[in-house]
Design a protein around this ligand. Structure first.
Ligand SMILES: [Fe+2]
Length: 438
């Protein structure tokens, strides 16, 4: 072999896979605690609203998930840490028993934070035993641990969205962390449209890499020619929408959206406040002036849809978005998201457009006009894990991409996030699409 020849790589063995998974598992477990680092025990206990859970609950629930789905079934003689924790920290798994109602998680002043941290240690030690001492863990154990890791990472983003909801409801608008902003452009680049031909495209996840069950099966989708904006909608454009009476023009709104707007008195995105004629927005670094060039965030599907109509455009379908993202590089650098780079808000588009859409990943989740429904041939997993995704496939809309707070390895073109059309506390924004008229 020539000295410069690349080494011949063999397929990873089960032991390699076990080692990689173990290191990712414990890195993920540590990172949840790092995210809780800036918070006091008092910060971690209440919840701001039904949708948002306390930090302490997230730390305990992601631990319960490993206990319920991995350890109790696959580690011989495993002793549950506390028999009452299933009631406290089961989220929505009907087949695993009764649970604390979601809206009342903030009433769980007990167990204490200290006891939840002990719970985490107990489960970590058991997972270490399962993965280290069992020299040939079967493929099913590795599969379940991998789901548990991805599940805990989803809760890491939720931890941040939920602590923001709590701090935005606090009269002093405290910051989760402070971070110097600066160097932002006053205005965004002009929006460019990228054209895509129609045709039959393969969509959905294919291959051996990790994906949630709702991303499969891989299948064909017919797409008509369309245009996609090369960047996200910005705060400046949203300010123009407000100034033009966007929140007062019923003709722009879906009926359910107009009802919600009037019921909840929407006049701007969630967390925006007008003080002495200037708009401010609450984010993880506290209350700061709205920056025109930054992507708008914390808007509902109803708002995104109304804005699109005002802009003489529409939201993309999830498959249009996916086809456009297929040649758009995902954020693979660990430094590309809040969790490791310490970015606390979405950033303006930086690089000039190279003919591919920018900001597909790592800024805000992007609403699509697609209802969250099963792909052709979809079957939920057997057992309690079948409740993970499948039972939510009604009444929600798909969001694509990834936010600045999404763990980087969740940035993939097939990932399907989903929320109800009135919800806006997640890091949600939008990108425009339009028809190509001949
Ligand atoms: Fe969960």
């Amino acid at each position: 072999m020539n000295a410069l020849s690349p080494p011949q790589l063999s397929a990873p063995t089960k032991q390699d896979r076990r080692g990689l998974l173990a290191s990712r598992l414990f890195e993920t477990r540590r990172h949840s605690l790092e995210l809780a680092g800036p918070l006091s025990a008092e910060d971690m206990t209440p919840q701001a609203m039904e949708d948002a859970s306390p930090t302490k609950w997230h730390l305990a629930h992601s631990t319960w998930f490993f206990e319920a789905f991995v350890l109790e079934k696959h580690l011989d003689a495993y002793q549950p840490f506390d028999e009452t924790f299933g009631y406290c920290f089961n989220s929505y798994y009907e087949s695993l028993g009764d649970r604390q109602p979601r809206a009342r998680r903030g009433l769980l002043t007990r167990p204490s934070l200290e006891r939840v941290l002990q719970y985490r240690e107990h489960v970590d030690q058991a997972l270490e035993k399962l993965l280290n001492e069992n020299l040939a863990p079967d493929a099913e154990v590795l599969r379940l641990v991998e789901i548990g890791v991805n599940h805990e990472q989803q809760h890491q983003e939720l931890l941040l969205t939920d602590i923001l909801a709590l701090f935005a409801a606090h009269p002093l608008r405290p910051a989760y962390r402070t971070h110097l902003r600066g160097g932002l452009p006053d205005e965004p680049d002009p929006l460019q449209w990228i054209e895509y031909p129609g045709g039959v495209h393969r969509v959905g996840h294919q291959g051996d890499g990790f994906a949630f069950d709702n991303e499969r099966p891989h299948h064909d989708a017919l797409i008509h020619p369309f245009r996609l904006a090369d960047r996200l909608v910005t705060n400046g454009e949203w300010l123009d929408f407000i100034a033009d009476g966007g929140y007062r023009a019923a003709s722009l709104w879906l009926s359910d959206g107009w009802t919600t707007l009037n019921r909840d008195d929407w006049r701007a995105p969630l967390y925006w406040e007008c003080r002495d004629g200037q708009w401010f927005a609450m984010s993880l670094d506290g209350l700061t002036p709205v920056e025109r060039a930054a992507p708008v965030v914390h808007v509902s599907y109803y708002e995104a849809d109304a804005f699109s109509r005002w802009a003489s455009a529409r939201l993309p379908t999830e498959f249009e978005w996916e086809v456009a993202a297929q040649d758009s590089p995902p954020n693979l650098s660990p430094k590309s998201n809040a969790i490791s780079s310490r970015a606390l808000w979405p950033s303006p588009a930086k690089q000039p457009s190279d003919g591919r859409p920018r900001q597909m990943f790592g800024e805000v989740w992007q609403w699509t006009q697609s209802a969250y429904s099963p792909y052709p041939g979809y079957r939920p997993q057997k057992g309690a894990l079948g409740e993970y995704n499948g039972k939510f496939m009604v009444g929600q809309q798909v969001l694509r991409g990834a936010s600045f707070a999404t763990p980087y390895n969740h940035s993939r073109s097939t990932y399907r996030n989903f929320f109800y059309p009135h919800q806006r506390w997640q890091f949600m924004g939008l990108r425009l699409a339009s028809e190509i008229t001949q």
